[in-house]
Design a protein around this ligand. Structure first.
Ligand code: COA
Length: 168
C-alpha cells in the first residue's frame, strides 16, 4: 500500500466519484454541512494549505482504492483532522483503512511535524473499531449533531499525539 498525491484530472474524477456515493458521504462533512464534493471543489482542496489529500493503492500495484486526508491543518498549533474512505468496496475489511490512516499519521507527525491529530466518527460507523487499534484516545461525545436520513446521531471525538503513534 502506498500513498500518492491526487495529481491528475482522472484521479480527481475517481475520488470525487467515491465521495459522492451515499455509503461514504453520509458519514462525512466538508464544512457547512456539505457532504459531497464536486471535482472542482476537490481540486481546490488539493491546492489549499489546510488540506493534505492522498489516495492509497492496493498492495499488488499502483491502483488507487481509497482516500485518506488531513484537513484543518494548523501549523501554529500543530494540529489536524484525519479522515479516510475506502473507495473500491471490494477492498473493505482487509486492513487498508487502518493501514492508510497509520501511514497518513506518519506523514502528519514525521513529515509535517504536527503534534496532535483528531477525528470524529459517527456512532454506528465501522471505523469506530479502527480508532483504538490506531491508539487514538476517546476525548468526547458530541450528541445529536449529525443527520443521516433525517435522524440525528452522535459523533465520537478522538485524538492521538505524536508520541502515541506507532509507525508500521
Ligand atoms: C471506515 C472505513 C474507512 C474502514 O475501512 P476498512 O479498510 O474496511 O477498515 P479495516 O479493514 O482497516 O478494518 C476493518 C476490519 O478489517 C479487519 N482486518 C482484516 N485484515 C486486517 C489487517 N491486515 N489489518 C488491520 N485490520 C484488518 C479488522 O480487524 C477490522 O475488523 P473490526 O473493525 O471488525 O475489528 C470504510 O468502511 C469506509 O470507507 N467507510 C465509508 C467512509 C467512512 O465512514 N469513513 C470514516 C469517516 S472518518
Amino acid at each position: 500500500m502506498r500513498l500518492k498525491p491526487i495529481d491528475s484530472p482522472e484521479l480527481i474524477a475517481l475520488v470525487a466519484g467515491w465521495l459522492s456515493q451515499k455509503e461514504n458521504s453520509q458519514w462525512l462533512d466538508f464544512g457547512d454541512g456539505r457532504q459531497t464534493l464536486t471535482p472542482e471543489w476537490l481540486k481546490i482542496m488539493t491546492q489549499r494549505d489546510g488540506h493534505l489529500l492522498r489516495v492509497f493503492t492496493r498492495d499488488e500495484d499502483d491502483t488507487p482504492i481509497g482516500l485518506v486526508a488531513l484537513s484543518e491543518i494548523n501549523r501554529h498549533f500543530q494540529t489536524a483532522r484525519i479522515w479516510v474512505v475506502v473507495g473500491d468496496k471490494s477492498f473493505l475489511s482487509r486492513g487498508y483503512g487502518t493501514r492508510a490512516t497509520a501511514a497518513m499519521l506518519t506523514v502528519a507527525f514525521r513529515d509535517l511535524g504536527l503534534h496532535s491529530v483528531n477525528t470524529w466518527i459517527v456512532e454506528g460507523n465501522p471505523s469506530l473499531r479502527m480508532a483504538p487499534r490506531l491508539h487514538f484516545t476517546l476525548v468526547g461525545r458530541q450528541r445529536q449533531c449529525h443527520y443521516i436520513d433525517g435522524r440525528s446521531y452522535d459523533r465520537f471525538w478522538f485524538d492521538i499525539l505524536a508520541s502515541e503513534h506507532k509507525e508500521s
